[in-house]
Design a protein. Structure first.
Length: 502
C-alpha cells in the first residue's frame, strides 16, 4: 500500500520465536517468499498444503457457509482528495458503502503535543528523557477538515470529516474508524508508549476526537511495527518517512504496547460504555520475520479485530519474482495466530487492490517466470496499476486462462493460448498452483512493459481467500485500498455479496 508498501521480507517458515527479537543476536530465517513456488503451468487453482490452523480452523467442510456477519473493511487514504476524481476515490462518497462493514480512514498519527517536532531518533540522540505529551493528529488536515470546496457528489464541503458525518447517517451500520500510523507515520509510537504519561496523553486525544465526532466508531492502531524485526528498529527511508524507532528494548516495546491497548480499552469503556468504541490493530503477514518479534497473545485480549496485512509479502528485496499476496501465505498467517491461542473470529485477512512490480533480469524472458532473478535497481515509473489495469491486461493476454462467476463464486475456466494465431508476444496471464496466486508478465520487446512481471489479486484468487474466511471462521477481510478497485467496485462488491449477501 502506498504509505505502507515496503513491508519487510517474508519467510515461509514459522519456527522463529519471540525470543529471537529480544536476544542480542537475533535469529534470522533463510527462506524467502519467492522460494515457495515453482509451478508455471496454468492449471486449476489449488491452495498449497501449509500448516493448518488448529481449533476452529481445522474443520473440513464446504466453504460455502451461511452468509452474514463477516467484516469487509476498506482503507480510505486521506491524500486521495484532490488527486483523484470524486467518483474514482477522491471523495469518501466513492467508497462501496453498500458492501463494506467498516472504513479505516488513513492516516492519523502520533505526534508530540508539547511544541517540539524533533523525531524520536533525534530526541533520543540528544540524551533527553522521552517526551510525555502526545496527540492523535491528522497527517493531512486540509483534506480531513479544512477543504471547503463543494463536493461533486452532494451539496456539502468535500473535506473528509464533513462527508463522513453525512455517510454515517446514511449508513449507520458501517463503522468508521480512525487509522493511526502506517508505514511512514509510525515514528512516535514507541516513545509515546514508553511512559504512562505519554500513553495517557495520547488516549486523552483519542477520546476528545471521538467526542467531537461521535460517528467515529473507534481507533485502528497501525504501528508498523512494535519491537521492529530481527534487524532491530527501522530508520527512515526518505524525508517523508519517520521510520520506526524503538525507545528502550524490543521487550519493553511489547510490554508498552500491551499497556497502551489495555489502558485504551479501560478508558473507552469508562467514557463511552462497554463495547461502544472499537480497538483494532494491523499486523504484518510476515510469519517468519516480523510477527515473531511482537507479543500478539499479550495484545489480543484488548482488541476487537486483528487485521493481518497478507500483502507486500514479496518485493525487490527478495531478488527474485514472487507473489506479494497468495493463498498459501494467507493460510500460514491465519495458522500463526490461531496456533498461538488467538480466536480466528478476531482475524481479518488482507486483499491488495494494487500491483507489485518485478523487472526480470534475463535478456530473454524465460519459459518459467516465477522465482527468477530480477533487476533490484529497477522500479516501474508509471502509477501503481489497479484492478482496472489488471482486468484490461488479462483481456489482452496472448496466453492464460479464463474464470467465470457461477452462482455467487468465481471458478476456474479454461486455458487459452493465442500465440500460434499471430499474437505471439504481449501479456501472459499466469497462475501459480502451489502458491494460489496470479501474475502477469510481458514478453513483447516493443511494449513499454517488456520484461515486467506483475503480482496482483484477481477475482479468482480473491475467491480463494473468501472461501478461506468461511472455512476457518475468520472475522473477514481488509482491503488496501478502496479507490484502487474498479469504479463499480468489482472486487469489494463481490466480497459483500459472497460473505454477507449484500
Amino acid at each position: 500500500m502506498k504509505k505502507r508498501l515496503l513491508s519487510v521480507l517474508l519467510c515461509a517458515v514459522m519456527t522463529a520465536s519471540l525470543i529471537a527479537c529480544s536476544a542480542s543476536t537475533p535469529q534470522t530465517t533463510t527462506e524467502k517468499a519467492g522460494e515457495e513456488t515453482a509451478t508455471e503451468e496454468v492449471t486449476e487453482p489449488e491452495t498449497a498444503p501449509t500448516e493448518a490452523p488448529e481449533a476452529e480452523a481445522t474443520e473440513e467442510a464446504d466453504p460455502r457457509f451461511e452468509k452474514g456477519g463477516k467484516q469487509i473493511i476498506t482503507y480510505y487514504p486521506n491524500w486521495n482528495l484532490g488527486s483523484k476524481d470524486a467518483k474514482a476515490g477522491g471523495e469518501v462518497g466513492s467508497i462501496a458503502w453498500d458492501s463494506v462493514t467498516m472504513v479505516n480512514h488513513a492516516f492519523f498519527e502520533v505526534f508530540p503535543d508539547d511544541g517540539t517536532t524533533d523525531s524520536t531518533f533525534d530526541w533520543r540522540a540528544s540524551g533527553k528523557e522521552p517526551r510525555t505529551k502526545f496527540a492523535c493528529v491528522s497527517t493531512y488536515p486540509e483534506a480531513d477538515f479544512e477543504d471547503q470546496e463543494k463536493s461533486e457528489l452532494n451539496d456539502s464541503p468535500r473535506n473528509h470529516f464533513t462527508q463522513y458525518g453525512i455517510y454515517a447517517e446514511k449508513y449507520p451500520d458501517v463503522k468508521i474508524m480512525i487509522s493511526v500510523g502506517g508505514w511512514s507515520d509510525s515514528g512516535f509510537f514507541s516513545e509515546m508508549c514508553y511512559t504512562p504519561e505519554g500513553r495517557t496523553s495520547f488516549i486523552d486525544s483519542c477520546v476528545e476526537l471521538m467526542k467531537e465526532y461521535p460517528w467515529i466508531a473507534g481507533i485502528d492502531i497501525d504501528w508498523e511495527y512494535p519491537a521492529g524485526d530481527p534487524d532491530g528498529e527501522r530508520w527512515p527511508e526518505d524525508d517523508s518517512d519517520e521510520g520506526c524507532p524503538i525507545w528502550g528494548t524490543p521487550k519493553e516495546d511489547n510490554e508498552n504496547y500491551a499497556a497502551l491497548l489495555k489502558e485504551m480499552r479501560e478508558r473507552f469503556t469508562a467514557e463511552f460504555g462497554e463495547g461502544e468504541k472499537l480497538i483494532t490493530s494491523c499486523a504484518s503477514g510476515s510469519t517468519g520475520w516480523t510477527l515473531p518479534c511482537q507479543d500478539w497473545p499479550a495484545f489480543e485480549p484488548y482488541l476487537d479485530f486483528i487485521n493481518i496485512m497478507t500483502y507486500d509479502l514479496a518485493g525487490n528485496w527478495d531478488g527474485v519474482t514472487g507473489h506479494a499476496s497468495s493463498t498459501s501465505l494467507t493460510k500460514s498467517g491465519i495458522a500463526y495466530f490461531v496456533n498461538r491461542g488467538m480466536p480466528a473470529s478476531k482475524i481479518n485477512i488482507g486483499s491488495p487492490m494494487y500491483t507489485t512490480w518485478f523487472k526480470i533480469k534475463a535478456d530473454e524472458i524465460p519459459s518459467s517466470v516465477v522465482n527468477v532473478e530480477i533487476d533490484t535497481t529497477a522500479h516501474y515509473n508509471g502509477d501503481s496499476a489497479t484492478v482496472d489495469d489488471t482486468q484490461a491486461w488479462e483481456k489482452e493476454a496472448v496466453k492464460g486462462y479464463t474464470y467465470n462467476l457461477e452462482g455467487d463464486a468465481y471458478v476456474f475456466g479454461e486455458k487459452f493460448d493465442n500465440s500460434d494465431n499471430g499474437a505471439k508476444t504481449g501479456w501472459n496471464f499466469g497462475y501459480d498452483k502451489v502458491a494460489g496466486a496470479t501474475y502477469l508478465y510481458n514478453n513483447d520487446p516493443e511494449s513499454e512493459y517488456y520484461g515486467w512481471y506483475v503480482s496482483y489479486e484477481n477475482p479468482l484468487t480473491l475467491q480463494l481467500k473468501l472461501d478461506m474466511i468461511q472455512r476457518y471462521k475468520c472475522a473477514g477481510i481488509i482491503v488496501w485500498e478502496s479507490s484502487q478497485d474498479t469504479e463499480d467496485h468489482l472486487m469489494i462488491s463481490h466480497m459483500g455479496e459472497f460473505l454477507n449477501g449484500k
